[in-house]
Design a protein around this ligand. Structure first.
Ligand SMILES: Cc1cc2nc3c(=O)[nH]c(=O)nc-3n(C[C@H](O)[C@H](O)[C@H](O)COP(=O)(O)O)c2cc1C
Length: 139
């Protein structure tokens, strides 16, 4: 059994864009060690993140994320047990939607990734967020 936690938060005012790869680097390192996977979307204002892993690991990682001054007002949208990881099992990678013309579009990528998400509301939340998104990461 895995724990799946989904939260939304607001980026610190004028968060420098160069912070994003820094956040992703530490996410990759820590999440891999903790066996936590998931997805992080950023629309320039808000973050939407799904974390999946052993219950203790997800709680520990989220406690650290929540305390991070680079965002605020984190609200947990859902926290529930899932039989299998629903957001895929990638090693961390990220895609800047502005980069690489011809690359798989962000929307297509998120669409493909959420097909395994069982809860319809969760699926729709990530889909609609991706439509206005500029940045995506798998954590
Ligand atoms: C929106 C957002 C999402 C984050 N996601 C993760 C994450 O999934 N895993 C993680 O370990 N840190 C994440 N972080 C970073 C943590 O808050 C924290 O800076 C980091 O875990 C510190 O680890 P380090 O000391 O190894 O660099 C996130 C930060 C922000 C602002």
């Amino acid at each position: 059994m895995f724990d799946q936690l989904i939260y939304i938060s607001t980026a610190q005012h004028a968060l420098p864009r160069r912070e994003l790869p820094i956040i992703l680097d530490s996410s990759q390192r820590n999440n891999r060690l903790a066996g936590v996977t998931g997805m992080l979307l950023f629309d320039g204002i808000r973050f939407l993140q799904a974390l999946e892993g052993a219950p203790g690991a997800v709680t520990r990682i989220f406690a650290r994320i929540r305390a991070d001054a680079r965002h605020r007002a984190a609200v947990v949208l859902s926290q529930r047990p899932v039989a299998a990881r629903e957001f895929g099992n990638w090693a961390m990678a990220y895609e800047d939607n502005m980069a690489a013309p011809g690359a798989v579009s962000l929307i297509d990528m998120v669409e493909a990734l959420v097909t395994t998400v069982e809860n319809r509301n969760t699926r729709e939340l990530f889909r609609s967020f991706a439509r206005v998104d500029r940045y995506v990461a798998q954590v």
